[in-house]
Design a protein around this ligand. Structure first.
Ligand SMILES: *Cc1c(COP(=O)(O)O)cnc(C)c1O
Length: 523
């Protein structure tokens, strides 16, 4: 048996469905509807207004059901995905998604929800949103989450708009957002989109932001700092509390890019670090399938003083009233989160409320990407309060295991060799270059071994970077296999093979420049 899942390589070839079409073939048999030719008017319109009747049949491929199933199943096998291979794409958290989440999201009552259903008919759904919000508040120590942003970057944008609105209302025109060079690339981009000017701060040798360095950038023009923690080197910002103190003293906010929250989940409350705002990528940490541009959810959490600025609509929990009162537009008192006890056993009602005068406004057509939220909710409930912390413990353990073991195979390549990492580790190309293999060749060779490549050439300030995020869902056996593959590549692979890889995939090495300039979408 092959030691590596991809070492043999197989793909089944496939033609476009249109080329498999044969006239008259159908995937389903439809019973005769009993309508006779003589029932039709000359123009073919018996029951349907003639203006809706096609002049020509649609140009659909005529194929059988098995042909359709095999077609799409074969196509799906051309791709590498979390259900088939180890997918250590650093910064992206491509972890296995438990199927229970899919099952819950596919329940009839959930998947068939119409987004325009009035609030009084979807009380249990709004209750789920409210409860999920409470769980996230419990995990972070923040006051409220908005589920309006539908991606991590959208969460960043919304958070910065909240900061902007806060200063506008105060009559201050602060224009600068500080962004360390260890931040995710979306951070400076979101700052610009939200109307700020990003100012880059260089990180120190240990890959972290130094509080003394930060002080040089402080002025009354600084609205806040966007800090990715753990940062894009996979390193924990150990000065984070000091950084927060410096910012708060200046009346500025601390925004944390929390896309990498699987490094902390269940073990650290970000409020204890002095964080004012955070976005959590539900499609990463909270185990929703992602990639290919969506769907996602960049839930934005804020401290109490910023709640009033969050997007509308939001789910408002009210007590001591009933649905009839709400429908009649009667005023209800909103429930103070902390006084829940007082209302225990009371009749709660959930409204979709626009009642937020200082809100940054509406971000999405409806409340949220509910299908993502329900998967995240199912994920957390299936783990349970006692097990949530083990997610981040194992994620960090796995990353350090790879860091140490690969560090021996790739000597001198770990820029942060001294310390430990959080959920991901990063290597330069120093050691593999000595064997005559480049980073891109290592990535392509790994595909032939049956592993998705790690993130490469990012972060930019590490030469030929190879960034590996094993995630908590991988076993030590998989990690050992991956490490073994890297060792074989480094010590046993000829350059002539490296330049041609991957060779076992449907599409081999492409000219990447040409593929970007002249993409061909037809296969
Ligand atoms: C993935 C990621 C983002 C962007 O999230 P999207 O959902 O792709 O917009 C932002 N910051 C970090 C650190 C990330 O890993």
């Amino acid at each position: 048996m092959a030691k590596f899942p991809g070492i043999k390589g197989i793909f089944l070839d496939e033609n476009p469905l249109t080329e498999q079409s044969s006239k008259g073939v159908s995937g389903i048999g439809i019973p005769d509807c009993g309508l006779k030719k003589s029932d039709l008017r000359k123009d073919g319109s018996a029951y349907i207004d003639s203006k809706y009747i096609r002049k020509n049949p649609p140009a659909l491929p005529e194929v059988s059901e098995p042909a359709v199933v095999r077609h799409f199943t074969r196509l799906s096998s051309w791709n590498m995905c979390v259900d088939t291979v180890f997918y250590p794409l650093g910064s992206c958290t491509m972890k296995y998604n438990p199927k229970i989440n899919e099952k819950i999201a596919s329940l009839e009552n959930i998947k068939n929800l119409h987004p325009l259903t009035p609030a009084n008919l979807i009380q249990p759904v709004l209750k789920i949103v409210d409860e999920f919000n409470n769980i996230l508040c419990g995990l972070t120590g923040l006051a409220e989450f908005s589920f309006a942003p539908q991606a991590g970057a959208a969460g960043e944008f919304a958070g910065l708009k909240v900061i902007k609105k806060y200063f506008e209302l105060k009559g201050e025109n602060r224009k600068t957002i500080l962004v360390p060079d260890s931040s995710h690339g979306t951070n400076p981009a979101s700052s610009v989109l939200a109307g700020f000017t990003p100012a880059e701060i260089k990180t120190g040798k240990a890959g972290t932001l130094d509080a003394e360095e930060l002080k040089k950038f402080i002025s009354k023009d600084v609205a806040g700092i966007m800090i990715t923690n753990p940062n894009t080197f996979g390193v924990f910002e150990k000065d984070i509390k000091k950084i927060a103190e410096i910012m708060h003293k200046n009346g500025s906010f601390v925004y944390m890019d929390g896309a990498n929250f699987n490094a902390f989940l269940g073990n650290v409350k970000v409020s204890d670090m002095g964080i004012d705002l955070i976005q959590l990528n539900l499609h990463k940490t909270f185990s929703t399938p992602h990639g290919g541009g969506g769907p996602g959810s960049g839930a934005l959490g804020v401290v109490e003083s910023l709640r009033e600025f969050l997007p509308v609509p939001y789910v408002k929990k009210t007590a001591g009233s009933n649905i009839a009162d709400i429908n009649a537009g009667k005023k209800t008192s909103s429930v103070d989160k902390n006084s829940d006890k007082k209302f225990r056993g009371a009749n709660f009602v959930y409204e979709l409320s626009d009642d937020r005068k200082n809100s940054i406004g509406k971000m999405t057509p409806f409340l949220c990407n509910f299908a993502v939220l329900i998967r995240a909710y199912a994920y957390l409930l299936s783990l349970g309060r006692d097990n949530i912390g083990s997610v981040s413990e194992i994620a960090v353990l796995n990353a350090n295991y790879v860091k140490k073991k690969l560090g021996k195979i790739l000597p001198g390549s770990d820029p942060f060799e001294e310390g430990t990492c959080m959920h991901e580790c990063v290597f330069s190309d120093k050691s593999i270059e000595e064997s005559g293999i480049s980073t891109v060749e290592l990535a392509k060779l790994l595909i032939d071994y049956g592993f998705h490549p790690p993130t490469v050439y990012f972060p930019k300030n590490i030469h030929g970077a190879i960034m590996i995020e094993p995630t908590e869902t991988e076993s030590v056996r998989t990690l050992d296999n991956f490490i073994k593959a890297v060792r074989q590549i480094k010590f046993k692979t000829k350059k002539s093979k490296a330049v041609k890889s991957p060779q076992k995939t449907k599409v081999g090495r492409v000219n990447e420049v040409l593929a970007n300039k002249q993409p061909i979408f037809k296969y």
